[in-house]
Every structure is written in C-alpha cells, then in structure tokens.
Design a binder for this molecule. Structure first.
Ligand code: ZN
Ligand code: FE
Length: 280
C-alpha cells in the first residue's frame, strides 16, 4: 500500500510544481475565509495597482484585509447571485466607490449595482492580465467562472469544487455536465479557486464512487493532513481535478460501473453521482 500511496502523491506534486512554475509572479491570490466555509479571494498582480476581490459574501473580513495591506480595491467579481457570494457588494462599494462591480449579465435582476455585466466569451481587463468569462449554468441559471490563462487561475464559484461540484438548484444534470465540461478542458496547470472549503467531505464521497483511483486515495489522505493542521485545501488544479473529481469523470467506465451504470450515457452517470452526493 505504501508504494501505491507514494505514486499518487507524486502525481499530485507534479501537478502542483508545474502550476507554480507557470504562474510565478503573475497573479497573486490570497484566501480570506468567511462565514463557516466560504472563501473570498483577494487578487493582485505584481507591478500593477489592480486589486480584485472575488465573491465577497461578507465585506467585513475583505475590508479588514484590504485595510491591513493598505490596498485600494479596483475590481469586485461575482460568480453568481447567492448571498454568501455577493452579500458584501454594497459595503465594499461604499468603502471603495471607484471599484467596478463585475457579474453575469443574465443576473442583472438579482445582482444589484453591477458596473460591468458579462456573458460567455467576454474579456475583463485586470491590469496586465485579462479574465475570460465562461458561462457555467447549473448551480444557478446565470453562474459564470472567471478564467485567466496568463495568470493560470480560474474562479469557479459554486460550480466546480475540489473533488466536487455545486448542487443543481436552478439547473439539470445535462446542463451541469456541460458546464463542468467547459472547465475540464482548461490547461491542466490552471489553479482552481472555488467558493467553499468542502474538500474533505467531497473526498470521502468521491472514494465511494471511484474506489480504485490511487491518485484520489492519496489526495484524500493529503487533504485530511491539511485539515487536521487547520490549513486550506485550495487551490487545486484542473489537472488534479481531472484525475480525482468524480463529477468530471462521469465518462470514465470505472465510475459508471461503480454506480451500476456500465455503458450508460455520461449525463445519466453524472446525474446518479449527483443524487448520491445529495444524500451522502
Ligand atoms: Zn451558491
Ligand atoms: Fe456558495
């Protein structure tokens, strides 16, 4: 078992090292914990004065961190309309009136005060970097992800989690599978910053539908170590998610077989995995 574990761990280290080598000095991302398990992200680009905040459900910890570092906020990004992701917008705008609030065009009715509304394929300039908008409906109708190729990072909100995916509150399985499929093909070194620290539970569930996946087993053990030490498990990478996230792997014969759906359409397998996770 020891060598099996080590093989999996080596795979994880390769992904992380490749990611670090590609992204050094391009986009700095700091995690700001909020509520019970949300992450707000603080974005900076070395050598530039752009300062971004992603999904501030609560403005208080975000403003505290900005003030602590003496930073003037320039961009507020919203992935979707849920209060734990946009509840801090008004207070952030009140404190930093020049900051631009950016969110999905299709959620204009549910996200008040947007300065820039975006749709699939749109680009958002962020200093020397730019974000491409990827529409990923399923968790909510108007959910978007923000991806920077040069910065090698994607902010996936409540669509793609580390080893998991969001609940389908306003969508169906085919739609969510399609949305996840858009993220699956991003460069494997892309760092994944998701909306919640759900990783440990996700790993436990993933092992029930992908029990022979050695990289998954190794990652689950690594996640247990990190959580026991009180450390975040974020970011992941697209490469690591493709190896270990059952919701990206519903087209793998081994997973179809494990849920009793050998040979079935991936959408059907995905729907079954999502139902099992809802009841896990
Ligand atoms: Zn949500
Ligand atoms: Fe959320």
């Amino acid at each position: 078992m020891r060598s099996v574990w080590q093989n999996g761990q080596l795979a994880i280290l390769r992904f992380l090292e490749a990611s670090e080598a590609m992204t050094a000095e391009k986009l700095d991302v700091e995690l700001i914990p909020a509520f019970r398990d949300n992450y707000i992200y603080l974005l900076r680009v070395p050598g530039s004065d752009v300062v971004g905040i992603v999904d501030a459900g609560d403005a208080t910890p975000a403003i505290a961190e900005l003030d602590r570092q003496g930073l003037a906020l320039t961009h507020i990004f919203n992935t979707h309309h849920h209060p734990d992701h946009m509840g801090g917008n008004d207070a952030l705008k009140a404190r930093f009136p020049d900051a631009k609030l950016i969110g999905p065009l299709s959620e204009t009715a549910r996200i008040p005060g947007m300065d820039l509304t975006v749709a699939d394929g749109d680009k958002v300039e962020f200093g020397p970097l730019s974000f491409k908008v990827i529409e990923v409906p399923g968790h909510t109708r108007g959910h978007v992800a923000f991806w920077t190729e040069k910065g090698a990072a994607v902010f996936s909100g409540d669509t793609l989690f580390a080893m998991g995916c969001g609940r389908m509150f306003e969508g169906h399985a085919a739609q969510m599978w399609n949305s996840l499929g858009k993220l699956k093909w991003l460069p494997s070194v892309t760092r994944v910053y998701c909306g919640h620290e759900y990783t440990q539970t996700n790993a436990r569930f993933a092992l029930t539908v992908d029990p022979d996946n050695r990289t998954l087993a190794a990652r689950a053990a690594e996640v247990d170590h990190l959580r026991a030490a009180g450390k975040p498990t974020i970011p992941s990478t697209i490469g690591l998610e493709n190896e270990t996230n059952p919701f990206l792997r519903a087209d793998e014969p081994a997973i179809a077989k494990a849920v009793g759906l050998a040979g079935a359409d991936p959408v059907q397998v995905f729907a079954e995995i999502r139902i099992r996770k809802d009841n896990f």
